[in-house]
Design a protein around this ligand. Structure first.
Ligand SMILES: [Zn+2]
Length: 115
């Protein structure tokens, strides 16, 4: 239950978050790719662009999150395969997808790598 004090604290955290000030350490979030950009989703439903090695500060709730990326070689391969797709809106990846999944999708849509 949200008490009056909790409610006030939440509002202050939201205001500070929008001002770019972290107010608490949140959970670790796994990065995903949407339309060619790395993003992380906060449990509060806020989302931010993220980069390897940097924390995500949620501008909606003020939480700082560690962000987990795939291992560097896999990240490189994912970015390469998505980069082959001509339409940027189709450059999407979620942590559950494998490199093989992306290769199969590319082939299904006639996107081939130069050998
Ligand atoms: Zn948030």
């Amino acid at each position: 239950m949200l008490t009056a004090d909790n409610h006030t604290r939440k509002r202050i955290e939201t205001i500070l978050g929008k001002a770019g000030v972290s107010t608490f350490q949140g959970e670790t979030i796994r990065a995903r790719i949407e339309a060619g950009s790395w993003l992380a989703d906060c449990p509060c439903k806020g989302a931010q662009y993220v980069r390897r090695g940097e924390q995500m500060l949620c501008g909606d709730c003020g939480a700082d999150h560690d962000v987990e990326f795939p291992p560097p070689k896999k990240q490189e391969r994912i970015e390469h395969l998505l980069g082959l797709r001509p339409n940027q809106v189709n450059r999407n990846w979620t942590p559950g997808e494998t490199v093989e999944d992306l290769e199969a999708e590319n082939i299904d849509h006639g996107v081939w790598e130069d050998m």
